[in-house]
Write a protein that binds this ligand. Structure first.
Ligand code: FAD
Ligand code: 2HG
Ligand code: ZN
Length: 475
């Protein structure tokens, strides 16, 4: 038995350390099942002070630490390497809601808290926590902060970093950095909170965060829109933004192929509108006015009259407006199942990418064409947060292809897509991060100046490379 196991047990008790093979297994493979590694143990501290002690111990024994939350990440960032020389530090038991300050409209939450638990707690107080993603039943607040998660409400509320107003983290030397005052303004030097947000476990172990909470929407209005042309989608986005301002909360796009695949695996979501156009939009507006009846008409009018105008002019093919909250939820059902449908296929490739909105139509038209010419039948599972310029430009093998198809062609497809991202001035990761999946591409994508700055920051904060080695950056 490695010395670290006994020492961890001394710190955390036997319930705080897992080391048997079958107990370790769920922590060693990522959600997609494409990365797996090994670990000496999983440490499960319950307090920030225990996290600090674990970090100091690992520093002393020179055992590397891989932080893990809900293990729903899509880039292999929470999966250890295969050298059996690392421990996983799971934040799962550090999961208390420390404070809800209704006057300041903030909530202070520990890293291991499940996102949905936070949403429900805030909802029970009459307010609203806007971070929302399909993995919300199992991802954690610490993981959301470490990846700067996006999700479906970014259009109105921003990414995780935009709603976070304070952070607590354990640094590589075992010290606790704490800034949990819930300040909306604080210009006292470098923005350390935002350095830790999105650092994917490479700069510190995030143990808690303070988040803004918001007035709850009085009603949600959603529509499905069948449409063919990208420029028309962008025009519709702009018209709705002009008319509804930031009452437009979500503007999501799903290609016909992504919907066909999802209906195949989840037939309960079948609806003729999904196969009517090249794309289906899922648009959601919310109403925040006190005078609910009046506002309801205003938001509904905006949605209905805009879609009517587009329909009359032949700019969209069909539209369905939800008439109840149950229907709004049903509309979201298929959107949230696309990832699950892809997971049922024998292999898939994911590109979580972003562009200036003005570049998206050009990117899709030319990249779809290039790929269809070179890989006939390739299923282009293109969907995502169009309102944020964020595509999930994913692929599955042609129907009936050999099981090895994706493995055989992944490298070439990646080269083509990354070259196109470069050409259209996009980003290789909009919301999922770099992890192991894209680490080889980061230097070229960000350029040597930015990469060296990141390396210098890593070396300054974690000189022994204790935290999540070989994730995000290659030193
Ligand atoms: P993990 O997977 O455990 O870890 C992710 C990274 O954060 C790793 O690098 C890990 O080392 C690090 N980390 C975790 N906790 C800490 C901590 N406390 N301190 C320091 N580092 C830490 N992402 C989006 O942005 N938008 C989406 O819409 C979205 N939808 C998804 C839908 C599905 C079905 C799935 C499976 C995933 C989706 N994701 C999405 C990706 C994923 O859910 C998010 O990245 C989420 O924020 C990860 O949280 P987690 O707790 O599972 O983190
Ligand atoms: C989403 O928007 C997630 O649903 C997952 O970011 C995207 O499966 C994916 O690639
Ligand atoms: Zn997404």
């Amino acid at each position: 038995m490695h010395a670290v196991i006994q020492r961890l047990q001394d710190l955390l008790g036997s319930a705080g350390v897992l080391f048997e093979k079958e107990d370790l297994a769920p922590f060693l493979t990522d959600w997609r099942g494409i990365f797996s590694g090994s670990a000496l143990a999983v440490a499960l501290p319950k307090t920030t002070e225990q996290v600090a002690k674990v970090v100091k111990l690992c520093g002393e024994l020179k055992v590397k630490i891989v932080p893990q939350g809900g293990n729903t990440g899509l880039c292999g960032g929470a999966t250890p390497e295969g050298d059996n020389a690392q421990i996983i530090l799971s934040l799962k038991r550090l999961n208390q809601i420390r404070e809800m300050d209704l006057e300041n409209q903030t909530i202070t939450v520990e890293a291991g808290c499940i996102l949905q638990t936070v949403q429900e707690k805030v909802q029970a107080s009459g307010a609203f926590f806007p971070l929302s993603l399909a993995a919300q039943g199992s991802c954690t607040i610490g993981g959301n902060l470490a990846t700067n998660a996006g999700g479906v409400n970014v259009l109105r509320y921003g990414n995780t970093r935009d709603i976070c107003v304070g952070i607590e983290a354990v640094l590589a030397n075992g010290e606790i950095y704490s800034q949990l005052k819930g300040l909306r303004k604080d210009n006292t030097g470098y923005d350390l909170k935002n350095l830790l947000i999105g650092s994917e476990g490479t700069l510190g172990i995030i143990t808690a965060g303070v988040f803004k909470i918001f007035p709850a929407p009085l009603g949600h209005y959603a529509a499905l829109v069948a449409i063919n042309e990208l420029p028309e989608m962008i025009a519709l986005l702009q018209d709705l933004q002009r008319l509804a301002g930031n009452e437009l909360c979500a503007f999501e796009m799903m290609s016909r192929e992504s919907l066909a695949l999802t209906m195949e695996h989840f037939p309960q979501y079948q609806r003729p509108i999904f196969l009517t156009g090249q794309y289906t939009l899922l648009i959601e507006l919310a109403n925040f006015d006190q005078d609910q009846d009046q506002a309801l008409h205003r938001i509904q009018d905006i949605l209905e009259s805009t879609l009517e105008g587009y329909l009359e002019n032949g700019r969209i093919l069909d539209a369905a407006i939800a008439t109840s909250q149950a229907q709004v939820n049903e509309f979201w059902g298929i959107r949230h199942h696309i990832t699950l449908a892809q997971a049922k296929e024998p292999g898939n490739i994911k590109f979580d990418i972003s562009f200036a909105i003005s570049k998206i139509a050009g990117f899709i038209a030319s990249t779809d064409r290039l790929l269809s010419e070179q890989f006939p039948g390739l299923q282009i599972i293109n969907f995502g947060h169009l309102g944020d310029g964020n595509l999930h430009y994913n692929f599955c093998a042609p129907r009936g292809a050999e099981a090895s198809y994706i493995q055989e062609h992944e490298e070439r497809i990646t080269q083509i897509v990354f070259a196109q991202i470069q050409l259209f001035g996009g980003s290789i990761s909009a919301e999922h991060g770099i992890g192991q999946l894209k680490r080889e591409y980061l230097l070229e994508h960000r350029g040597s100046v930015a990469y060296q700055m990141m390396r210098n920051i890593k070396k300054a904060l974690d000189p022994e490379n204790l935290f999540n080695p070989n994730k995000l950056l290659l030193l």
